[in-house]
Structure formats: C-alpha cells, structure tokens
Design a protein around this ligand. Structure first.
Ligand code: DP6
Length: 325
C-alpha cells in the first residue's frame, strides 16, 4: 500500500507534559496523563508517490511551506528510514474543529500522520511502537495513539522506544466532559516546543518534575475510582504548577488573558457551591472546564451568561487513532 488515511483525536492532559530530558527525541521530563477528546479530530492522508522532488503538505487545503512543512517532512524522514523507502509523499491533513480556535492540534496531527504514513509505507507496528514514533513528531501526540484515558511513561535515558503512552481505561469508563471556553483565537506567542526548552530555566521546574509521578498516581487513583472531588484538586494543582513554571521561565511566558483568570476563579467558586467542575489550561489562554456529563449544560450556561464566553466546544472521552479503509 502506498496510500493510507488515518484519524486521531486531540487530547487534554490532566497531568501535564512540560519540559524534556532530551529535546531532540522528546523524552519527557515527567510522566503525564490525559483524555482523548471525542469529535475533535484530525484526518490525514499520506500518499508516497513517484515523481515528487520533496514532500508536499496541505493543511486545511492550504499548501504549507517553511517550518510547518519541514516538521512534517522530518517526521516522514524517520518513517522512510524505518521502512527503507525513498519516495516523497503528498500529505493532506484537516481538522474538524475550527482552525484558529486555539485547540492544540499537534497531538491529533502527529498521531494521524504517524498512523497514516506507517501504513502507507507498509510498516506494521504495535500500539506502543506507534505511540513512541508519534512522540518524535510532537510529545503529546504519543497520547493520542491509544484510546480513552491515557498515561505516557518517561522511558529510559538513551532508549527512546521505551517512552510511549498506553490506555489505563477505555472511553466508556467515565462520562467526563471537557467544556472548552475559547477566549482567544490568536496564534500562541510562544510555541510549546520553545516552552519545553525554556522550562529548564525556571527554578520551579525541578520541584514540579520531582512531584509529578506522585500527582499522576493520585490522579490515576481518583480517575479509576471516579472520585471527582479528589480528581478536581489534583488536576487544578498540576495545571497551576505548570503555569508557575511558565511564569518563572527566563524569559517568562504568560499564556493567560484576564478572562482566563476570571474563569479560573469562577470555577473554584462554583465547585465550592457544589457544581462539580475543575479547570486545566494548556499553552494558551483557553480554559478546559472538566466536569461529569450531567454538569456540562450548567457549566456551559454559566460560562455564557456569567462570563460572556461565546465560543464553547464540548468533548467527551475519545477512542484511539484509527485507519480509515
Ligand atoms: C501544555 O506536545 O504541543 O499541552 O512536543 O513540542 O509538540 P511538542 O509539544 P506539545 O506540548 C504539550 C504541552 C501541553 C501539556 C500537555 O499536553 O501535556
């Protein structure tokens, strides 16, 4: 087969990945834990074709040049080397969520690219192999390969194939919803890739990393027990720790807007008033409001009426990356 199409979901981390032990092969500084986001998907077709002089990459119908194209081409180089293939490829990729909504798409993009390109190249890889390979393109993509609730392990130094993600519970384990408050559509000022490099300049990163395995264990226990109260405390604490590192990096990175903080404070107040909801924030100003499914309509209503948030996306737990026949 020289052509294949794959689909992968975005994911939201409950315990965050921030900083690498090895930036080149994205060996993470700490383990992380996430949920795939159903319905927020990237679909990618890879066609290794005759007669191309370089990889041609289209994203959302737009031909790519410069860094975005080079990042895809570098990932295809790894896959070509593994498959002993010389052909360049035509890559067509599109997201079904609004572009510019500030929802990280590198996770779903590199998971879908990895699955489509390896299948098109005739490689047959196990899920851990695919996850470790997707990680080379974008760290969080490792977590969009398996389905449902997913843990990404740090692996051994010098052995990149040992750092991959695996499912700890299927999507139907817990009806959690991510109510995503889109407060800005601007391109983020500092890319995650640059942020990971800057993380080591923060005096707080060492403490954040030292506590990550313990937080992950507590988060996993709460998740497996479906204990929202314990889950909410640890998820917010972990997000705040990552943003503390961002704020204290040199130069500092401030991803929040005033509305981000207003939503964070409201969510803590709503939880104190017995609405089960907590927040987590990635490398941008949008707020992911996590809640059990039955609380989602009320969370959405309050975001709209109390905080004037007009753009909201909802996503429950999503499945693994898959090939389309
Ligand atoms: C804040 O996976 O986007 O979303 O490996 O450079 O592509 P690259 O970084 P990326 O980093 C994700 C950072 C985060 C936290 C997380 O998803 O764990």
């Amino acid at each position: 087969m020289s052509t294949a199409t794959a689909v992968a979901c975005a994911n939201i981390a409950f315990i965050k990945y921030w900083g690498n032990r090895d930036d080149k092969v994205r060996l993470p500084a700490n383990p992380s834990l996430s949920m795939n986001l159903a319905g927020l998907e990237t679909e990618t077709t890879v066609d290794f074709a005759d007669g191309l002089e370089q990889d041609e990459v289209m994203i959302g119908g737009e031909p790519q040049t410069g860094l975005p194209r080079d990042r895809v081409a570098a990932h295809l180089d790894v896959i070509r080397a593994r498959a002993g293939l010389r052909h360049f490829a035509r890559v067509q990729s599109s997201n079904n969520f609004p572009s510019g909504a500030g929802i990280a798409s590198s996770a779903s993009a590199f998971a879908a690219l990895t699955l489509a390109a390896t299948a098109a190249a005739g490689l047959s890889l196990t899920e851990p192999e695919l996850s470790a390979l997707a990680r080379l393109g974008s760290g969080s993509a490792a977590r969009s390969v398996p389905g449902g609730f997913v843990e990404w392990t740090v692996g051994q130094d010098g052995q990149p194939e040992t750092s991959f993600a695996f499912s700890i519970a299927p999507p139907e384990h817990w009806e959690l919803v991510d109510v995503i408050a889109i407060v800005s559509q601007k391109q983020k000022a500092v890319s995650s890739t640059s942020g990971h490099v800057l993380a080591r300049t923060s005096p707080l990163q060492e403490a954040r990393v030292a506590g990550a395995a313990g937080r992950l264990q507590r988060c996993r226990d709460a998740l497996l027990a479906k204990d929202f109260t314990r889950f909410a405390e640890i998820v917010e604490a972990d997000s705040n720790l990552m943003h503390a590192v961002m704020l204290t990096s040199n130069p500092p990175i401030i991803y929040w807007e005033p509305i981000t903080l207003a939503i964070m404070k409201s969510i803590r107040r709503w939880r104190a008033e017995d609405l089960p909801v907590c927040f987590t924030i990635d490398a941008g100003p949008n707020v992911h409001c996590l809640c059990p499914a039955q609380a989602a309509p009320e969370v959405e209503r309050r975001l709209r009426s109390n905080l004037d948030v007009t753009r909201i996306l909802l996503a429950g737990p999503g499945g693994p990356a898959r090939l389309k026949s």
